[in-house]
Write a protein that binds this ligand. Structure first.
Ligand SMILES: [Zn+2]
Ligand SMILES: [Zn+2]
Length: 371
């Protein structure tokens, strides 16, 4: 009996063990009008994702960048630097105000009066948004995220006419939705009003969803909203949650999880018919960051790395929330092996991350300070 059970189970797991999963983190809205909760910027979330090898696609409402809550320009600066680090900016509508009913959260298709905005209206909103993103961030996005997740066939024409290649809407899972416009539909959102009470349940639900629906779709887009105002973003709870989720995914999938931006994933699926694009991320094999030794450690440990050429090295330590703790190295180095001591005297026990950047390439590691 056991023998026949194994016979059926083994091929099933072997099949899935070879599949890779493209994982996309999509954050909609990014900035809303009530800036009263912390963290007040995208950097802590971005760091927590980066330290686990992930990428973020920020779906930005263009008009927010010129509204009152952004007079400090902090968000604008952070959005400019996020692109330089390999994350993506998608256009998320124009200003989230419907030209028909003045309702918020939808604008390209009036879902309260079922009204299909004419081409000229949708085209105007799209171009005003594109101008704002270019002026404020120097970006011309390739992907579009519809406000309220819904667009119509007029929107498809507008998007293609404005050179968008990728869309993430309520439409088909992953396929062309219109000639020239490839759609990658998002999966679930788990962090809307996340609390300590539902934290573990949501984490288990997300993991299960990714292992089942994600694996059968070959990709998973996890959706988040409003880093500034949602209750769940208070005190970094979403930052923590996302970090834990990615840690679990990394230990479950290892190399088989491919972190991508929305456009990178959509492009890979779109081009899959003509090339074997998936899994072709280029990284420099000569650039190595070793596991710190000893690990766990108390109170000090050695971090070693191998530099492919001479250049400028930056080595920093972060806590679980992505807060920077210390800069261990910042300056010119020669090619070859290097070691740096990290002394954690007086620091709280727990997990820390170290991140090394040499000539624009970044690697990171995880270490445990024990007591
Ligand atoms: Zn939105
Ligand atoms: Zn409306």
């Amino acid at each position: 009996m056991f023998k026949s059970l194994l016979f059926f189970i083994l091929p099933f797991f072997t099949l899935f063990a070879q599949d890779s999963l493209s994982f996309i983190i999509r954050v909609d809205d990014v900035q809303s009008r009530n800036v009263s909760y912390v963290p007040a910027g995208i950097a802590p979330f971005e760091n927590a994702v980066e330290l686990r090898g992930g990428k973020v696609t920020w779906a930005v409402i263009p008009h927010r960048l010129i509204e009152n809550m952004n007079t400090s320009g902090i968000l604008t600066q952070q959005l400019i630097s996020t692109v330089a680090k390999g994350h993506e900016i998608a256009q998320h509508g124009y200003n989230h105000i419907c030209p028909k009913c003045n309702g918020t959260s939808h604008e390209y298709y009036c879902s309260s009066q079922y009204f299909n905005h004419p081409y000229a209206v949708q085209n105007n909103m799209t171009q005003l948004g594109l101008d704002l993103l270019l002026d404020s961030l120097g970006q011309i996005p390739k992907s579009f995220v519809p406000p309220g997740h819904q667009v119509d066939t007029t929107s498809y024409r507008v998007l293609v006419d404005n050179n968008f290649e990728f869309l993430s809407s309520n439409g088909v899972t992953k396929s062309y939705i219109f000639p020239g416009l490839f759609n990658l539909r998002h999966h679930q959102e788990y962090t809307w009003e996340l609390t300590q009470a539902n934290y573990q349940t949501k984490l288990s639900q997300a993991l299960f969803d990714i292992k089942t629906n994600g694996m059968s779709d070959k990709y998973f887009i996890i959706l988040l909203h409003d880093p500034f105002i949602r209750q769940g973003y208070q005190n970094g709870i979403v930052v923590n949650w996302m970090g834990e989720l990615l840690d679990s995914l990394n230990s479950t999938f290892g190399d088989r999880i491919k972190y991508k931006t929305l456009s990178e994933a959509a492009k890979a699926f779109r081009d899959a018919g003509t090339s074997i694009a998936d899994g072709s991320e280029n990284f420099n094999i000569q650039f190595k960051l070793k596991q710190n030794f000893p690990n766990p450690f108390n109170p000090s440990t050695i971090i070693s790395f191998q530099a492919p050429n001479e250049g400028t090295a930056l080595l920093k330590v972060y806590d679980m929330l992505g807060n920077e703790i210390v800069t261990l190295l910042n300056g010119p180095i020669s090619a070859g092996e290097h070691s740096v001591r990290f002394d954690a005297n007086g620091m709280a026990s727990g997990v820390y991350f170290y991140r090394l950047t040499i000539n624009g390439s970044t690697l990171s590691g995880k270490m445990l300070l024990g007591k």
